[in-house]
Write a protein that binds this ligand. Structure first.
Ligand code: MLT
Length: 313
C-alpha cells in the first residue's frame, strides 16, 4: 500500500479507483509551499493540477516519490528536470482537456465578438443597452492560431464551422500539416497584419513568454481581439491593456493569468475585455478524463508497469 498525496481537487471516481487498489489517498488541498514540502515526506505519489508548484525542494523532500501526476496538460508548474535528476517520474494527462480548452476558446471568441457578458451584466443590473453592445460577426473574419498542436487544431475545426479564415504560426509544423488542418502557415508579422482574432495554444516557455507584447500589438489591426486560454504571461497583460485602452486593438478574452489566483488586473476595467478565472479545463468531462488518466499513471507506476504518459521516463 502506498500513500498518494492529492494536493488539488481531483474527480472522485479516480480517487476511488486508487483506494480500491489498496492505496491511502491523502487529500490535502490548499497547502502552502512550505506545507507541501512537509506533506510530501513519505508519499509515493503526488497528484496536482495547475495551482500547485512542484519545485526541486518538493521533489527532494519526497524521498519516497515514484511519480508526480499532473491531472491536466501543462507542466510549467513542475520542475521536470529536478524530478528526472531524482529518478521521479512525471506524467500528465495530455488528452484529457483538449476539447474543453478548444470549446472555451470558441466561447471567448464569441463572447468578445458579441459582448455577451457585458450585456448580461448591464441587463441584470437594470440597464437595457442595445446599442452599447453591438458586436461583429465571425464569418469572413481571420482567426490566427498560434500553436497548431492538439488544441489549436480542434479550435481550427470549430472556427471553420463559423466560416472564419484560418491562418497560423507554429515553428514546429510544416505547411502541409497546417494545410491539413485548414490553416495557412504564416509569420508572426503576417499574423499582426491580417488577424481579426488571435488565439494562443502553446506551452509557456522562455521563448513564448511575452510573445504578444507592445511591439507585436503596435503592428496589429485595430479590429484584433486576443484570446488566451493557454498560459498567463504568453500575452503581456500590461501591454495588452494599454493597446486596448488606446484603441490600438479592439479587445480580448482572457482565461489565464500571469499570477494565479488574481483578482486585480488593468484588463478588468476595460469594457471590451471578457475574463474568466482559468476555466479552460473546468468541465465535468475534462475533470473525469484527467482524473482517470492520472489514476492510470499512478497505479501503473506504483505497480512497476510502464507509465503511458510519463514525460521523463
Ligand atoms: C492544463 O494545463 O491542463 C489546464 O491549464 C488546466 C488545469 O491545469 O487545470
Amino acid at each position: 500500500m502506498a500513500r498518494i498525496l492529492v494536493a488539488e481537487k481531483i474527480a472522485e471516481p479516480a480517487l476511488q479507483r486508487m483506494r480500491d487498489a489498496g492505496h491511502e489517498v491523502d487529500i490535502q488541498v490548499g497547502l502552502s509551499p512550505e506545507e507541501l514540502i512537509e506533506a510530501v515526506v513519505g508519499a509515493q505519489a503526488l497528484i496536482i493540477r495547475s495551482a500547485t508548484t512542484v519545485t526541486a525542494q518538493v521533489i527532494n523532500s519526497g524521498k519516497d516519490l515514484v511519480l508526480v501526476g499532473r491531472a491536466g496538460v501543462g507542466l510549467d508548474n513542475v520542475d521536470v528536470a529536478a524530478a528526472t535528476e531524482a529518478g521521479v517520474l512525471v506524467a500528465n494527462a495530455p488528452l484529457s482537456n483538449v476539447v474543453s480548452a478548444a470549446e472555451q476558446t470558441l466561447a471567448l471568441i464569441l463572447a468578445t465578438a458579441r459582448n455577451l457578458p457585458q450585456a448580461h451584466s448591464a441587463l441584470t443590473q437594470g440597464r437595457w443597452e442595445r446599442s452599447a453592445w453591438s458586436g461583429v460577426e465571425l464569418q469572413g473574419k481571420t482567426l490566427a492560431i498560434v500553436g497548431l498542436g492538439r488544441i489549436g487544431r480542434l479550435v481550427a475545426t470549430r472556427a471553420a464551422a463559423f466560416d472564419m479564415r484560418l491562418i497560423g504560426y507554429d515553428p514546429y509544423v510544416t505547411q502541409e500539416s497546417a494545410a491539413e488542418a485548414g490553416v495557412e502557415l504564416v509569420s508572426l508579422d503576417e499574423i499582426a497584419a491580417r488577424a481579426d482574432f488571435l488565439t494562443l495554444h502553446v506551452a509557456k516557455t522562455p521563448d513564448t513568454t511575452n510573445l504578444i507584447d507592445a511591439a507585436f500589438l503596435a503592428k496589429a489591426k485595430a479590429t484584433l481581439r486576443v484570446i488566451n486560454v493557454a498560459r498567463g504571461g504568453i500575452v503581456n497583460e500590461a501591454d495588452l491593456a494599454e493597446a486596448i485602452a488606446s484603441g490600438q486593438i479592439a479587445g480580448a478574452g482572457i482565461d489565464v493569468w500571469e499570477t494565479e489566483p488574481t483578482t486585480e488586473s488593468p484588463l478588468f476595467a476595460l469594457p471590451s475585455v471578457v475574463v474568466a478565472p482559468h476555466l479552460g479545463a473546468s468541465t465535468a468531462e475534462a475533470q473525469d478524463k484527467a482524473g482517470d488518466a492520472i489514476a492510470d499513471q499512478v497505479l501503473a507506476a506504483l505497480s512497476g508497469k510502464p507509465v503511458e504518459f510519463a514525460v521523463n521516463a
